[in-house]
Design a protein around this ligand. Structure first.
Ligand code: GCU
Length: 599
């Protein structure tokens, strides 16, 4: 009894610490969608914010001013201006904006009939990169980071008629930003995910967490957070398919901590069981679909529901198939993840930033385990406090948005970051935060390796000590020698931990055929995969792989005419959905692994 009270107390403290200030989860709420056409003003000189002395102007574009009489000189007019579709980046919607990095002002007008004693929020799925948001001329706030959700309460500002939202979206890169100046992906700018007006009761269920207790197969535990003036409410948890029908009373700060045992069909890639969950408080109801599974490591093995599993993966960028641009829709997710399933995957590495919710929910439904990452990529400003706060915020928002998704098995802190002690301290801080927020998932990062001797690779990045799984990117046969070089390569690590080869690969232009030593040809890429597989089979501590990459994607660093044309061509599939020869090499290998796993 004493032990249980102590255990409960520890659980209470750890969950309370990080459930404080997360963005209320709105994705399960009815709302007024503001998706569709928005008027825009392209503003490379920040004319909408500053006057000719570069002083902030009180009458900027956020005012949405209209001439009051015939001599009133207003030098902008949203309603007569061009438009863009939201969600969507601006670069792929307008030829003249393909390379544009700067400010674009967005305006959307709408009427809204508010119910009595409700609260109203303006919710964004994501805006790349820096968003300054105004509502009916009032500044609501700023959000930095292009891949996580945010919202503002507008209960006190909303009117019956002629409301207008104005967003100043700026995707200019900077050294102290996250990501920093240099990336091998296109810096798509804009309101890249859905925007909505969300109406809630005065006291509403703002967040919740349902997980299997660490190490248990039948004990569900978690918490629910009520936000509002009446926190001390009863909350009924209903999970009919496993006969859970339990009532709890929230404490003075609106928290319910619960645990309940049940006989649960665990979520697996073969059987991605999801349960309908309903949370009913005195004033609010929220529904969701959640799967339950455990994920842990043992030595160099990754265990799903207690059993060793090999992660048959592929990396994916959030690039839209066929039309290009930032992917956002359920259809985009179904196409991309459908190809991953066709490849024989049970795992996807969503690189290098949190992808949209459609991707994660579709992975839940399809049975694809997910590696989710924050864009701490290459040479971040490790000693800049604001940079750390920014990365830490993106990590908090990534975890709080997807903590109930069974598919997400690991949080990745970084990709290919150069060794240094400021970098190590920076990443150790993020790892501590991730473990504090979510002790049930694995923590990883994509690290680099080095040569011990001409035919031995070593993974001994000091960061390896602090993660659960060692991600390692290697380009033997592409940036490092010819494909055959992999045949005689052996691997070592100083850590007794699972290794995922989180990137390997080479480029090929679909349809370009030649002998296997001709670079850029499908045959070269095919050969590279064959030699890689020969090498990977021999790595004793290998627990997974995610080749770079499922589909060709736009990149500002790829300028070879007739081959790259501003696309990274390491895809196994072209941006038009055309499968390259290497696709079938990997598909065959994954089929073999799948059969072995079944045995
Ligand atoms: C890097 C990096 C990717 C990049 C890839 C490449 O390892 O992590 O973002 O696109 O290699 O060079 O193609």
């Amino acid at each position: 009894m004493k032990k249980n009270i102590l255990l409960f107390f520890v659980l209470f403290l750890s969950m309370k610490a990080y459930a404080q200030d997360t963005v209320p989860s709105f994705s399960h709420r009815s709302s007024l969608s503001l998706d569709g056409s928005w008027n825009i003003i392209i503003d490379p000189y920040e004319n909408g914010s500053y006057d000719y002395r570069w002083q902030e102007s009180p009458n900027g574009f956020f005012k949405n001013d209209k001439p009051k009489n015939k001599w009133d000189r207003i030098e902008y007019d949203f309603d007569k201006s061009d438009s863009l579709i939201v969600p969507g980046d601006w670069n792929s919607q307008k030829k003249e904006l393909l390379f544009y990095e700067g400010t674009v002002w967005y305006k959307k007008s709408f009427d809204f009939h508010k119910k009595d004693s409700t609260r109203i929020f303006l919710h964004f799925g994501a805006v790349n990169y820096l968003a300054i948001v105004y509502f009916n001329g009032e500044k609501l706030g700023i959000h930095e980071g292009g891949f996580t959700p945010f919202s503002f309460e507008i209960t006190h500002l909303i009117k019956e008629k002629d409301n207008f939202v104005i967003v100043k979206a700026d995707n200019k890169r900077c050294a102290e930003c996250v990501p920093t100046l240099n990336t091998d992906w296109w810096n798509y700018g804009g309101l890249t995910r859905s925007v909505a007006i969300v109406e809630t009761p005065a006291t509403f269920i703002s967040d919740y967490c349902f997980q299997l207790q660490k190490g248990s197969r039948n004990e569900i535990e978690g918490w629910i957070k009520l936000q509002g003036s009446q926190p001390r409410q009863q909350i009924l948890i209903e999970i009919p398919q496993i006969k859970i029908h339990k009532r709890f009373t929230a404490d003075s700060s609106g928290y319910v901590y619960f645990s309940s045992s049940a006989s649960i069909k665990l979520w697996t890639p073969e059987h991605p069981t999801l349960y309908d969950i309903k949370l009913i408080s005195g004033t609010d109801t929220v529904t969701d679909r959640i799967g339950f599974r455990t994920i842990e490591t043992k030595g160099s093995k990754i265990l799903l529901n207690g059993k060793p599993i090999f992660l048959r993966g592929v990396c994916i960028h959030e690039e839209a198939p066929y039309r290009s641009g930032r992917a956002y829709s359920l259809e985009d997710a179904r196409t991309l993840l459908g190809w991953a399933k066709e490849l024989g995957c049970n795992f996807v590495r969503l690189a290098h930033y949190p992808h949209n919710e459609n991707m994660i929910k579709e992975a839940d439904r399809l049975g694809l385990m997910v590696w989710s990452e924050i864009p701490v990529y290459w040479t971040i400003s490790w000693q800049n406090e604001q940079t750390y706060k920014n990365a830490s915020r993106q990590l908090a928002d990534m975890i709080s948005r997807d903590r109930n998704r069974a598919s997400v098995i690991c949080w990745s802190m970084a990709n290919e970051t150069p060794l240094s002690s400021p970098r190590l301290e920076f990443l150790k801080g993020l790892i501590r935060q991730a473990r504090h927020m979510d002790s049930t998932r694995l923590v990883t990062a994509a690290m680099e390796r080095h040569y011990l001797d001409a035919s031995t690779q070593m993974i001994d990045d000091p960061l390896g000590e602090y993660v659960d799984v060692l991600g390692c990117n290697e380009y033997i046969g592409w940036y490092d020698g010819l494909p055959q070089k992999a045949d005689t390569m052996q691997w070592k690590t100083i850590y007794e931990k699972p290794v995922i080869i989180s990137e390997f690969g080479g480029s090929a232009r679909f349809g370009y055929h030649a002998d296997s030593l001709t670079v850029w040809s499908e045959e070269y890429q095919e050969s590279l995969y064959k030699h890689q597989i020969t090498m990977l089979r021999k790595i004793p501590f290998l627990s997974g792989m995610s080749p770079w990459i499922l589909m060709d994607f736009r990149s500002p660093r790829r300028q070879l005419p007739g081959i790259q044309d501003f696309r990274n061509r390491k895809g196994l599939i072209s941006e038009h959905g055309e499968k390259k020869k290497a696709f079938y090499v990997l598909q065959q290998f994954y089929e073999e692994l799948r059969r072995n796993q079944e045995k």
